[in-house]
Design a protein around this ligand. Sequence first.
Ligand code: GLN
Length: 299
Amino acid sequence: MKVMKLIKKATALFLTVGMIASLAACGGASSAPAGANDQTADTQETDAQAADAGTTVSAAGSTAAAETAAAIDKIVFGTNAEFPPFEFISSTGGAIGEFDGIDMAIAKQIGDDLGAEVAINNIEFDSLLIALQNGQIDAIIAGMTITEERKESVDFTTPYYNATQVMIAKEGTDITKAADMKGKNIAVIQGYTGETCVKDLGFDYVSFKKGPDAIMDLINGKSDVVVIDSATAQKYVNDNAGQKLVIIEDNEQFANEEYGIAVKKGNTALLNALNAEIEKMVADGTVANLADQYAVAAE
Ligand code: GLN
């Protein structure tokens, strides 16, 4: 799958090179998010310890990650479950309660490995950073691109996934590169790095609260193009097979982006524990396998 640029068995060198590339991604993310007070919180919990009840070997001390995280017994992850295949609500049940997707499976695995309870707090993407700073959540796992601007307010783990912005348009479009969007009706999702990319191009755009709303606007013929992350774009195109949507890449304009988990600045205990987990899951292929699995899985 071309747009799925997975970090497969990544070496430290690869990650270092990737991190440098990500700094150039459209000049960084949008500015500080709006207040988190008006969000609708939707919390679902899983008890990793209960799930592990049959295991005789204690989780603590069994891995480096568990050792680092000896004191961590609960992690409240903030996400925005509107970003398939990374996070979405599954009517048939997901990795954590109703929440499913690559990130949710990663969060569940982290909880299982650390012997920590994991809860998901589903809030607007634009409110995640402030919710973290407020202490409402312990970490953000939301397909969130590591950007210099976000790094000013939160700390990020080692990257676990490579993505890029792409354009989705209707078959027959004359858009072949980002510059061709000039004068078109451009749709983005509020607070996503895609919004920053279009802003940096100097083009007018309409920003939607949710990805599906932008896609619907495209399908209805109001928008000509949607700028969004690659794997999510692929998912929307697959899910709307009858609508003849196409993905257009412009790797010169849209640089490599890397997703990381964010923690509150200075929360090194949690950051170290998450880094050990992420490094392990990238190196042993867990993340790549989840990405493959959820790219094809039905919601
Ligand atoms: N990767 C994009 C960003 O960080 C979109 C993430 C998302 O919508 N969950 O802005």
